[in-house]
Design a protein around this ligand. Sequence first.
Ligand SMILES: *Cc1c(COP(=O)(O)O)cnc(C)c1O
Length: 358
Amino acid sequence: MNRKLNFSAGPSALPLSVLERAQNELTDYQGKGFSIMEISHRSKIFEEVHYGAMAKARELYGIGEEYDVLFLQGGAHLQFAMIPLNLAAKGVAQYADTGVWTSKAIKEAANVGIAYEVVASSKETSYDRIPEVKFSDDAAYGYVCTNNTIYGTQYRELPRSKAPLVVDASSDFFSRPVDFTDVGLLYGGAQKNAGPSGVTVVIIRKDMLERACMDRTPTMLRYDTHASAASLYNTPPTFGIYLLNLTLGWVQEQGGLAGVNRINEQKAALLYGAIDGSGGFYKGHAQKDSRSLMNVSFTIANRELEAAFISESENAGMLGLKGHRHVGGIRASIYNAVSIENVRTLAEFMKEFARKNG
Ligand SMILES: *Cc1c(COP(=O)(O)O)cnc(C)c1O
């Protein structure tokens, strides 16, 4: 087997043991004589997977029955619209703008026609930091994106808020413990840390379901539709949920969120160490106090060397290091499933590249 060292931003690396188990079970699920893809979502066998994944999500985040865990489709992008459609019937929704993903969420709030305002932004400085965020007590909700995949910035912790927080955690999902005290809704597409694309996990506090929906919100776009049917209102993405269940099981085996967080901190320290120790050869995009543990975005002072960096890294078996078109440069995504050995190899490669070209 010749697997690449995969630093893709999303979809991204999955644990090898999860892929191998799925491979083993693909045509014959646990000796039943069919694939998990080939049976009813209302069968007992699938229900075990479905409710198993929900239970693992709860257990990992340490939340109880006061939250519903929903498995939806449409990606984070559909959440940009569902959130204002469902949660902003009363009060003004407030947004903290920390990059492309929050900008798109704000645009959808405008499309939906709710009252909203942007109360903090780091746009002026190319989204290189997490701004000071304070939501009004009476806001409909306070919206944040915890990890900004493109710029490589991340909240150290969630802001305290009397208004319920709505959190896009797509790119740091299940990567560290989260204090849910003020969280009304937290969501993420599975494809960065928790599985394949096609499943969006929405964790919603039950009282948020009781907020009046807007008139004529389509049935499929209402959270209460999915909550009251345990995400089996219609056919859910069964194979994606199966892989989500396996991946969350793998996170539990790593010692849960505290366990993966410990490794994630070590991984990030290796790459930021290579940047900071390069004597100015590399330049990190994010301000130090806003640095992400998941996406390390940087440029090379001599920008002309970036193409060579990418092509040499590819020759060395590394995948997905080209920066997002909004920032350019280089981005290493080091989600849960990227091993510390692979990150160490990249850090050594960076040092060697700087030595040769500095
Ligand atoms: C990737 C990403 C999105 C977009 O996800 P889709 O599943 O493509 O809709 C939204 N927010 C964040 C933080 C992301 O990293």
